[in-house]
Design a protein around this ligand. Structure first.
Ligand code: PHE
Length: 372
């Protein structure tokens, strides 16, 4: 019997020591100390023994049970500790690693150029105004002197929204940023939401209005959504000279040159009179585009003196107030400045394109530290 007990103890201690997992160990515990276990069976046998036998076997069996119990507890502690260490090693995150460069975001060239333009105009004393992307017919067309049914409305390839079933009113996605002119001038007639930064003010007015615009047009040089910056100056005795100086100064600063060779070519817009398009001189020979050289002209913006009807529609007396306005395509100017050959990938959100043409988010353009 005693030799048997020693063999049992030796076997159990060996099994406990070689248990590789908590589950293995548990199996050993159940087989020895569980209800049907070997040691439990031996302990049960004590009841059938004589007093004398029990006096000898009782302490021996209890001792055996206690030693096996202790061996299991210490092995369990060792296994659990090893398990924890393995898990910690597996789940370790090295916070000292730099973020992966290819996961860094960047500023889209259109937004970069928008910020550059705002920085230049802010320095020239312009405030930023905004209006909604979904416009009504009045602000997008009527107030801007587009006569009802006039083909100029069709000219804009307008996206119309479903008419309101009650009023029949048909909203549009604004086809240009010019409705912000109207919203800015119509002081007292409109209550702009607080989110518009500088809408609604008495003259003198000097604002720019950057934003999205929409036309139902899609080919190699047109996208249904694009960006414009509108400009509006209203004061007494404003004339074409102010317009010309403002735009020439802006364009030179934008392209970071001392001066640009520009020309103003007569044009037509319903909301300006006279109206013009501004072209800049460029050389397109040899597959590259160089500004201020060669003998080609490239159109970059539309402008003119605010039409008296527009002033009247906004409650301003044309005999008291005059002004000029301009509007330019931001995406096209971004392409020109940063040598982006193709318009459409600008709006495809391809990360390879974005990481190639994008700008650091830490280099916000301002006139003091430089634009780009
Ligand atoms: N709104 C015109 C366009 O989108 C541009 C423009 C703005 C022209 C202001 C004159 C004055 O084409």
């Amino acid at each position: 019997m005693s030799a048997d007990l020693e063999t049992i103890e030796l076997d159990l201690i060996t099994a406990i020591g070689s248990a590789e997992t908590v589950a293995d160990l548990e199996a050993v515990r159940v087989a020895s100390l569980g209800k049907q276990g070997t040691i439990s069976g031996l302990l049960k046998g004590l009841g059938a023994m004589s007093d004398e036998e029990r006096r000898v076997m009782g302490p021996r069996l209890n001792g055996l049970r206690d030693r096996v119990n202790a061996a299991i507890a210490s092995r369990r502690a060792a296994l659990e500790d090893a398990q924890l260490q393995a898990q910690l090693a597996r789940e370790r995150i090295d916070l000292s690693l730099p973020p992966r460069p290819r996961r860094q975001g960047s500023v889209h060239p259109t937004m970069q150029v928008m910020d550059e333009m705002i920085a230049i105009f802010a320095e020239m004393g312009f405030a930023v105004a905004e209006g909604p992307d979904i416009e009504d017919d009045f602000h997008n067309f009527t107030a801007l002197n587009f006569p009802p049914g006039h083909p100029a409305r069709e000219m804009h390839d307008t996206f119309f929204l479903t008419p309101d079933p009650q009023t029949g009113e048909r909203k549009v996605l604004r086809t240009h940023t010019s409705p912000v002119q109207v919203r800015t001038m119509r002081v007292g007639n409109e209550k702009p939401p607080a989110s518009w930064i500088a809408a609604g003010q008495e003259p003198p007015i000097r604002i720019i209005a950057p934003g999205r615009t929409f036309r139902c047009d899609s080919d190699a040089t047109h996208t249904p959504m694009f960006h414009q910056i509108e400009g509006l100056v209203i004061d007494r005795d404003i004339h074409m000279g102010h317009l010309k100086w403002t735009l020439e100064t802006f364009i030179a600063r934008f392209f970071e040159m001392d001066a640009v060779r520009a020309r103003f070519r007569p044009h037509h817009f319903p909301f300006t009179e006279p109206s013009a398009e501004m072209d800049i001189l460029c050389d397109r020979s040899g597959g590259t585009l160089r500004l201020n050289e060669g003998d080609s002209w490239m159109e970059i913006l539309g402008c003119g003196m605010v039409h008296p009807n527009v002033l009247r529609n906004c409650g301003l007396d044309p005999d008291q107030w005059q002004g000029f306005a301009f509007g330019m395509g931001v995406d096209r100017l971004a392409m020109l400045k940063y040598g982006i050959p193709d318009l459409r990938p600008m709006f495809e959100a391809d990360v390879r394109w974005l990481s190639h043409y994008g700008f650091s988010a830490h280099a916000v353009p301002n006139p003091a530290s430089g634009l780009s």
